[in-house]
Design a protein around this ligand. Structure first.
Ligand code: FAD
Ligand code: SF4
Length: 510
């Protein structure tokens, strides 16, 4: 029976489940750069280049192995502008009897593909995505009956399941499950941060860069200095680069931010893991191996593995467990618009300017910039979750709905009632000062609170605490904050609230 096998842009994995048992002599593969997927949000130009180029390289690889691949390159005038239209036209031409694909990573597309058997009139087999360490059902089974879902406990289950960093007696290596307390050092320039891994664009990538510049000129960001890997071999080299040069310091400086260095000791592997060029479990195994070989300390290796085995799997589980209602959550009742400077970086707040400018240039910012700078500001300013979620989905090369949404709506905006954290990650300028050198170069003064040049994070933080008393005053992890707020001099409290009201009314000009 001849099958049409659809491989999506984030399924660039040689042993993707859609290909299992397929026969290159009779089955045919479809891959397509379609307008609907490229344009449903204002994707960063570098994200489009990464995905189109990686898809083209992957399709070539399949053809070299003897597969017939029908590849639709992007053109705004293509007759088929959606994946469904592409599949429909191939079904008409080839007369295939069935469509096979691997489950996609987004509710929106999942809803569409789930209806294709009716609209296309042929069976559509949707296979499990076996690249995740926990299946959707496994997560649901773990979650069932629990009062609270905490990443830490799920992570321990995943450690037991995979044996990663576990002794032969079933105990965590190093005697602890979690070494996070060791991972909070400020970075002051020493040891120097490694240069990021680079691949110079080949002719295929250069063609895509031209295409993106021509047809997506208004999308966020730039294609300049594109240096991401676009093949699995190069992504493996990026992994080796991280293991050799950055992993040993990853833990110590995991939460640090720098005015000078965009990448610090982060792996910059999420763009590859998320589109299938790297396998998440193999990445974790490589890190564990580095510890056993004495090449990196336990706080670095455990911290790194926790991000993938714990957080990455956990947010995916939460997404599929709670969608589609999850996307509409707004438990803090936010109504604010996203300030325009998120798209331009044009603000006198140095930390925000630096994080947004790096995002514009690189389609990348590291976790603490996303969480404690751009995320923290949106939380304190009361931005509507859907607006800030749209921004995060657009601007990062690693952004896909299943991973972006829980991180933003849940972890950053606390709009889901607390699946991703028992308290919001709200912080004043003091946190940013402690973890970075931005404040020394800022127009605003981090030690001031109410004056014209006072750090905006300070007054906004107390305004957030004050306006959400009903939401958080009984939270045991926030009681101390309310005590601190209540014992401040009434004039000072009034001054802080006034300054915050002024900032909130003038967000676009701070
Ligand atoms: P490293 O710091 O080197 O971490 C190693 C790996 O761990 C990453 O490659 C990633 O695969 C995984 N990881 C780490 N933290 C998380 C997390 N919270 N959730 C899921 N995976 C994690 N990650 C995405 O992949 N796509 C997104 O769209 C995305 N949006 C985010 C939005 C916000 C507001 C926040 C706070 C975090 C977001 N993250 C997202 C998680 C994290 O910030 C990125 O995975 C990380 O910055 C990617 O860079 P890296 O590869 O250098 O990561
Ligand atoms: Fe950011 Fe405030 Fe520090 Fe300026 S002073 S860099 S706005 S935290």
């Amino acid at each position: 029976m001849a099958n049409l096998i659809l491989i999506l842009g984030d399924q660039l994995t040689a042993d993707i489940s859609a290909l299992e048992g397929a026969d290159p002599k009779s089955d045919q593969i479809v891959m397509a750069e379609v307008h609907d997927e490229a344009s449903y949000t204002n994707h960063h130009k570098k994200k489009l280049v990464l995905l189109f180029s990686a898809m083209r390289h992957f399709a070539q690889r399949l053809e070299d192995k003897g597969w017939t691949v029908h590849y639709q390159a992007y053109h705004p005038d293509n007759a088929a502008q959606s994946l469904e239209a592409v599949i429909a036209s191939h079904l008409r031409e080839q007369g295939s009897e069935r469509v096979i694909t691997t489950e996609c990573g987004e509710w929106r597309l999942h809803e569409q593909i789930s209806q294709w058997h009716e609209s296309l009139g042929v069976p559509v087999e949707i296979r499990t995505d076996t690249r995740f360490i926990a299946s959707k059902q496994e997560f649901l089974d773990w979650a069932e009956g629990r009062k609270q879902l905490r990443m830490e406990f799920f992570y321990r289950e995943m450690r037991r399941k995979t044996g990663l960093l576990m002794t032969s007696e079933g105990k965590p290596e190093g005697g602890e499950w979690n070494f996070d307390a060791d991972n909070r050092r400020k970075w002051t320039g020493k040891p120097s941060a490694p240069a990021p891994f680079r691949v110079e664009p080949d002719p295929v990538t250069n063609d895509v860069i031209e295409l993106v510049n021509e047809h997506f000129p208004d999308h966020f960001g730039t294609t300049e200095d594109f240096h991401f890997a676009v093949t699995s071999e190069d992504a493996e080299r990026a992994l080796a680069h991280f293991m050799d040069f950055a992993l040993p310091c990853f833990g110590d400086f995991q939460d640090a931010m720098s005015d000078e260095e965009d990448w610090l000791f982060h792996s910059i592997l999420s763009p590859y893991i998320n589109c299938g060029l790297l396998d998440p479990l193999s990445v974790c195994e490589a890190a564990a191996q580095a510890w056993y070989a004495g090449q990196a300390p336990i706080n670095a290796v455990e911290g790194f593995i926790r991000q993938i085995l714990g957080w990455r799997e956990f947010v995916r589980g939460i997404y599929w467990m709670t969608m589609p209602d999850y996307a509409k959550e707004n438990r803090l009742g936010n109504t604010g618009a996203l300030p325009w400077f998120y798209w331009t970086g044009d603000t006198r707040m140095r930390c925000m300017h630096k994080a947004i400018d790096a995002t514009r240039r690189n389609a990348y910012a590291h976790h603490i910039q996303r969480l404690m700078v751009t995320g923290n500001f949106a939380l304190l300013a009361g931005v509507k979750p859907e607006e800030i979620c749209d921004w995060y989905l657009a601007v990062y090369a690693d952004a896909y709905d299943w991973v972006e949404l829980p991180n933003v709506l849940g972890m950053v905006m606390h709009a889901d009632g607390g699946y991703l954290g028992s308290k919001p990650y709200a912080a004043s300028g003091k946190y940013i000062q402690r973890m970075s050198d931005h404040c020394a170069n800022c127009h605003y003064k981090v030690n001031k609170s109410t004056e014209e040049d006072a750090c905006p994070f300070n007054a906004l933080y107390w305004h957030f605490i004050d306006r959400h008393r009903d939401d958080f005053a009984n939270n045991p992890r926030m009681g101390m904050m309310y005590k601190n707020w209540d014992k401040q001099d009434p004039d000072r409290r009034e001054g802080l609230l006034k300054r915050a009201e002024h900032l909130l009314a003038n967000l676009n000009s701070i």
